[in-house]
Design a protein around this ligand. Structure first.
Ligand SMILES: NC(=O)c1ccc[n+]([C@@H]2O[C@H](COP(=O)([O-])OP(=O)(O)OC[C@H]3O[C@@H](n4cnc5c(N)ncnc54)[C@H](OP(=O)(O)O)[C@@H]3O)[C@@H](O)[C@H]2O)c1
Length: 277
């Protein structure tokens, strides 16, 4: 699996497995576990989750999927903003660790900006890092002004990623946030890479997919993997989808493909506020 280096020097796989909407329905549980295991078998060893997903249900599904393979997995979870106080972060992290049946997270993110002062959350993250409960920490849904504030707070320069909405239909971050993150060596983790399935009906994607004997989802993922310093975390609870998504790693988009995608999904021509799903 291709990987990049986090500011801490640790490496992170470029393509992983999202888990939003997992752990919500018991009838789906075995399929979700099988999909995650298959992804791990294929080398998609980054798993992204959050205490919010299924209110802990997704973390429980992941624990079962990982089984005794914990050391091969790069595990990411997130804390709710309303739990982001000093004590709240400690307790939320402990609950996530218990549900995930592990003693550490590889990366722990603030899910979005809430009313708790950022400095307090960052202080808690640093304490968790010192105690070995998390290896790295970062943020999610942070726009440039939030990143600027974070970067001058204690512990802010160690922020390992900003996980944001980024796909062909949501290119607003290319105006300012993406260049800012590149300049400050903060990798972007692109969520909803296929716009939760809504991108699949696009004619340009369908036509490029046909030329590559691939699928529209693969083209959307390959386009993100083509961007520098961007990690991609599609969610799939069907094995066939996991296989397609993994195969996007080998899909080389041509100059013509990229031009056709730019024409259909133009980059921003003015500032756009960060969007969130
Ligand atoms: N930080 C945040 O605020 C935030 C917000 C949103 C998402 N996220 C993270 O990012 C992950 C991905 O985003 P997402 O779940 O919103 O959307 P997504 O990955 O863009 O789309 C997921 C949907 O696409 C389908 N799909 C996946 N692969 C496919 C393929 N090859 N062909 C056709 N359909 C396919 C899935 O179906 P099946 O499940 O049926 O296979 C599912 O319905 C989340 O799961 C979560 O971990 C973070």
């Amino acid at each position: 699996m291709r990987s990049i280096q986090l500011p801490s020097g640790r490496s992170i796989p470029l393509l992983g497995l999202g888990t939003w909407r997992m752990g919500e329905q018991s009838s789906q549980r075995q399929a979700e576990i099988a999909a995650l295991r298959h992804g791990l078998d294929l080398g998609m060893t980054l798993i992204d989750t959050a205490e919010m997903y299924g209110e802990g249900g997704a973390e429980r599904v992941i624990a079962e999927a990982i089984g005794d393979r914990r050391e091969t997995v790069f595990l990411v979870s997130k804390v709710y903003p309303h739990n982001a106080t000093r004590r709240g972060v400690m307790a939320a992290c402990e609950r996530s660790l218990q549900r995930l049946k592990t003693d550490h997270l590889d990366l722990y993110l603030l899910h979005w900006r809430g009313s708790v002062p950022l400095a307090e959350t960052l202080e808690a993250f640093q304490t968790l890092k010192q105690s070995g409960k998390i290896r790295d920490y970062g943020v999610s849904n942070f726009d440039v002004s939030d990143m600027e504030e974070a970067s001058v707070s204690a512990g802010g320069t160690a922020i390992a990623t900003n996980q944001v909405l980024y796909n062909l239909t949501r290119r607003g971050i290319e105006w300012e946030l993406l260049p800012w993150c590149r300049k400050h060596n903060v990798p972007i983790m692109a969520y909803s890479p296929i716009e939760q399935g809504r991108l699949l009906r696009n004619r340009t994607l369908q036509s490029i997919a046909k030329q590559h004997n691939g699928s529209p989802a693969q083209i959307a993922i390959a386009w993100l993997l083509h961007q520098e310093n961007v990690i991609v975390i599609p969610k799939a609870s069907r094995i066939a989808h996991v296989e397609q998504n993994q195969a996007a790693l080998d899909l080389q988009l041509s100059r013509e493909d990229l031009a056709a995608l730019d024409a259909t999904f133009p980059p921003p021509s003015k500032p756009v506020a960060l969007e969130m799903l």
